[in-house]
Design a protein around this ligand. Structure first.
Ligand code: M6P
Ligand code: ZN
Length: 187
């Protein structure tokens, strides 16, 4: 890790960034309140508190700039719900984002008010998250789901709205695949 210049390199097979300035690690204990089955989450925390996901970012926070980062979302479930990111709106709601799939498979769940949509992602998938849409990624596979995200430097992360209300849909394991169902806890 160190201060990066304007050039960087990503290993397109692993998603590993040569240089990054911010590393965020979210363990099971950082995800309290985000899963329907709170008991299952506490059990997971007690059994070693595994890392759910890691973000390696190069932030450029000024207006007009772009930030980017790689997220490595590990495989697993909590009470039937797949491992996922917290998800957020942008503090500046009118800021968009682009996701590029690198490895593994997952979903990008998006929400604007009560309206929900999603896209499947794998290596090479590009998804445009329009302004005003909250976004959460979900690992629906059995290996790491890795993607690159690029977003306006001044977008900011608003986690509060999602932490309070959740997404209107949750993604659960069903057989060898997944099902997207109404979130019974959605407010
Ligand atoms: C993507 C981007 C980042 C975000 C990360 C993890 O890389 O959208 O801005 O931080 O995913 O998601 P979250 O911040 O919702 O935990
Ligand atoms: Zn974002």
């Amino acid at each position: 890790m160190g201060i990066t210049g304007d050039m960087n390199e990503i290993d397109l097979d692993t998603g590993i960034l040569d240089k990054y300035e911010d590393k965020v690690v979210r363990k099971a204990s950082n995800m309290r309140g985000f899963y329907g089955d709170e008991e299952a989450l506490e059990k997971l925390i007690k059994s070693g508190d595994p890392i759910i996901y890691e973000v390696y970012a190069v932030p450029r926070e000024g207006e007009g700039e772009l930030s980017y980062g790689v997220t490595i979302l590990h495989p697993g479930t909590v009470g039937g719900e797949f491992y996922m990111t917290k998800g957020h709106y942008h503090e500046k709601r009118d800021r968009a984002e682009i996701y590029i799939g690198i490895r593994g498979e997952g979903l990008l769940l998006m929400q604007n008010g009560d309206e929900v949509k999603w896209e499947e992602m794998k290596r090479g998938t590009i998804v445009y998250v329009p302004p005003f849409w909250a976004h959460r990624s979900i690992n629906t596979g059995d290996e790491d789901f890795v993607f690159l995200a690029i977003y306006p430097g001044d977008a900011g992360h608003d986690y509060g709205t999602i932490a309070e209300k959740g997404f209107a849909k949750i993604v659960i394991k069903e057989g060898n695949g997944y099902a997207i169902i109404d979130n019974p806890r959605y407010r």
